[in-house]
Design a protein around this ligand. Structure first.
Ligand SMILES: *Cc1c(COP(=O)(O)O)cnc(C)c1O
Length: 386
């Protein structure tokens, strides 16, 4: 209906009250006039909502927008990103199948594959997503290729058109976690990927007040996910959080542009700084998937030089707050060394070789000059003799 995301995000589907903001349909169930109307609905001849575990109108509006933003036929929203990831994977694989997954996927995705999927008889081969030919060589006899581009922590990108084409030729279903690039800056379905997943808790929400997820794809792929998640898994999004997401989405293009503007200033200065060994961000290290990205987000990882104290760097920060997650209004720092003390294994940071000198940073809405003062003071503190 609308070609430009800005226009789509400013307008909603009509509602019975012509309210300019869609109502929060805070109800568990929907009623019917008579038994015949109910039968018609259960036969699938009508499509009015039945029960909010499956088809709440506020949630459907969020799903409709995400499908449109990603260029998919349909979408299914979840109560978390992990809800979307687990349901999408379970909708494809069965016991005895093998998954091919890129290294440096989100740590809980890794734990899901290693702890739950192995228990169900599904094994996973991990590959270097930057080595396109190595990924292709791992595909024969696999059932699913799981991508994340850019990846968590290392921000590596993958050649989506090439991998989608190779997987399709072998009948391997392709799934991607697109949380970091957002549908504004990467449209994986247009490159032939089958299912796109998001943690909507991040940029889509944009205000650090919601935990949510979404899966987007063809009618058939989303129907397969629905067949599992509506009746059994049940990790549904609440109408209130669906409404918060619709509100957050309106400003996605402006937020992303402002945040990238600040991030670029910081990346330029950080790359020159003597306390910084490497800056991991697709703008600095494009990788094989660079051509798929039409813009950049505000999440990146710093690797400090040996001898610089990552703990002191983080403790010195005043504006960047210490916390997990990202994508909201506030700037955040996440030290890799903290994940070492987590005993819920297996540990992605350890298994994928994330250095304790690494700190992940998220740039929020604060002024870039203030953020730079904060970072440079902390870098000075990190390299000052103890
Ligand atoms: C946060 C995150 C997830 C998990 O999402 P939740 O909404 O926290 O369940 C998945 N993938 C990536 C890349 C993430 O950053």
């Amino acid at each position: 209906m609308f070609d430009y995301p800005e226009t789509m995000l400013a307008h909603d589907a009509p509602n019975p009250w012509q309210a300019v903001v869609p109502p929060i349909v805070q109800t568990s169930l929907f009623t019917f006039k008579n038994v015949e109307a109910m039968e018609a609905r259960f036969r699938g001849e009508t499509s009015t909502p039945v029960y909010s575990r499956g088809d709440n109108p506020t949630v459907r509006e969020f799903e409709r927008k995400l499908a449109q933003l990603e260029g998919g036929e349909d979408a299914r929203a979840f109560s978390s990103g992990m809800g979307a990831i687990s349901a999408a994977i379970l909708s494809v694989v069965k016991a005895g199948d093998r998954i091919v997954c890129v290294r440096h996927v989100y740590p809980d995705t890794y734990r899901f594959l290693e702890k739950l999927m192995t228990r169900l008889g599904v094994t996973t081969t991990y590959v270097d997503g930057c080595d396109t030919e190595a990924v292709v060589q791992a595909l024969p006899n696999a059932r699913l290729l799981y991508l994340e581009s850019p990846t968590s922590w290392t921000m590596q990108t993958q050649d989506l058109p090439r991998l989608a084409q190779a997987a399709k030729a072998l009948g391997v279903v392709t799934v991607i976690d697109n949380s970091c690039a957002t549908p504004l800056y990467q449209r994986p379905l247009s490159h032939g990927i089958d299912i796109v997943l998001h943690s909507a808790s991040k940029y889509l929400s944009g205000h650090s007040d919601t935990v949510a997820g979404v899966a987007v794809g063809s009618l058939a792929r989303i129907a397969a996910i629905n067949d599992l998640s509506y009746p059994y898994l049940g990790a549904k999004l609440s109408p209130w959080e669906g409404w918060l997401l619709l509100r957050g989405l309106r400003t996605l293009p402006m937020r992303m542009a402002w945040q990238w503007n600040s991030t670029r200033v910081l990346l330029e200065r950080l790359q020159q700084h003597p306390a910084v060994h490497t800056v991991l961000h697709p703008w600095c290290q494009p990788g094989p998937g660079a051509a798929c990205l039409t813009g950049y987000s505000s999440l990146f990882t710093l690797e400090l030089v040996n001898g610089a104290d990552a703990r002191r760097f983080c403790n010195q920060l005043q504006i960047f707050q210490l916390g997990v997650s990202w994508g909201g209004h506030e700037s955040l720092a996440m030290p890799a060394l903290v994940s070492r003390v987590q005993n819920a294994g297996p540990n992605a940071q350890v298994d994928f070789g994330i250095s304790d000198q690494m700190v992940r940073l998220h740039v929020g809405f604060e002024h870039p000059d203030e953020l730079w003062r904060d970072l440079s003071a902390a870098l000075d503190a990190a390299t000052r003799p103890a």
